[in-house]
Write a protein that binds this ligand. Structure first.
Ligand SMILES: Cc1ncc(C[n+]2csc(CCOP(=O)(O)OP(=O)(O)O)c2C)c(N)n1
Ligand SMILES: [Mg+2]
Length: 280
């Protein structure tokens, strides 16, 4: 399968770090309006989204239906706050619209939908994204397009059986235009996955399913860029990049919460959160 050329909007590591910081600030801005939300996930995934939206993926913010665009498929609908931040920073949605996050009638619901500009699928029901990503990658290949598909999954989501059916299909069809990022933040709604239904060793599972697999620190921008570059050199297999991340990354107040799946934050805590982000 033919590989696409490297991205023309490439940024340096320090530029990407600045982007990631801005994405985190957007996440705090959104969540402050409602006083709660999936803040930890938005902060933990900002580094990956900065790399994807400002370095790697090909898209046109003014022509979202461009057929040759790379697809970003968000399996984990509750991570939408992070994707809204990236889409606003990228100019796909107006920055001011972030203030409507979670409000009645907003295009920015807590779990994103296809009516949100830049969303390729409706999220919320976990375990659906990889099947759709496999279908998109196969369809694009059959159409002779070299667009790639990037899918974000979470560690808790790996308990969904459909994910593994899709993993088998991706390897069977040798979809090397497909990149799955698995966010291992060691948390799910009811605590760490090992106390709910263990998912580790995550990297060994993807490798056993025939995927080109790497495991990295998902809060290290240079490591993410390097891993994607390495994946692009491997032909004939889909790529799994397993990322160990920290829920709430960048804000000590949230990093230290034992259960951070959905957090409520007091009105007096937001300024402190922003200060901690600046200091981090
Ligand atoms: C099919 C399905 N089952 C259950 C849920 C409820 N649910 C929403 S988020 C979540 C936790 C999933 O794990 P993970 O994404 O790792 O959680 P986080 O790291 O965000 O805490 C669950 C069980 C759902 N959205 N969809
Ligand atoms: Mg998790």
């Amino acid at each position: 399968m033919q590989k696409v050329e490297s991205h023309s909007r490439a940024s340096t590591i320090s530029e990407l770090q600045v982007r990631a910081r801005r994405l985190r600030l957007h996440v705090l801005r959104m969540a402050e309006r409602v006083g709660q939300g999936y803040v930890g996930q938005g902060l933990d995934i900002a580094d990956l989204l900065a790399v994807l939206y400002f370095h790697e993926i090909r898209y046109d913010p003014h022509r979202l239906d461009w057929p040759d665009r790379d697809r970003f498929v968000l399996s984990t609908g509750h991570y939408s706050i992070g994707l809204y931040a990236a889409l606003a920073e990228a100019g796909v949605i107006p920055l001011d619209e972030l203030d409507t996050y979670g409000a009645d009638g907003s295009r920015l619901e807590m779990s994103g939908s296809e009516f949100t500009p830049g969303f390729e699928m409706t999220g919320g029901s976990l375990g659906q994204g990889l099947s759709q990503a496999v279908g998109m990658a196969l369809g694009l290949h059959l159409d002779g397009r070299d667009a790639r598909v990037f899918n974000l999954l979470s560690d808790g989501e790996l308990q969904e059986g459909a994910t593994w059916e899709a993993a088998m299909a991706g390897a069977y069809y040798r979809l090397d235009s497909l990149f799955a990022f698995i966010d291992c933040n060691n948390q799910q709604a009811d605590g760490p996955p090992r106390q709910v239904m263990a998912v580790e060793p995550v990297d060994e599972k993807w490798a056993a399913f025939g995927w080109d697999t790497q495991r990295i620190n998902g809060n290290d921008i240079e490591a993410i860029v390097t891993a994607i570059d390495a994946a692009k050199t491997v032909n004939g297999r889909p790529h799994a990049i397993v990322m160990d991340t920290l829920m709430g990354k960048g804000v000590r107040l949230f990093e230290q919460r034992e259960k951070a799946h959905f957090i409520r934050v007091g009105p007096d805590e937001w300024d402190l959160a922003r200060q901690q982000l600046e200091a981090s």
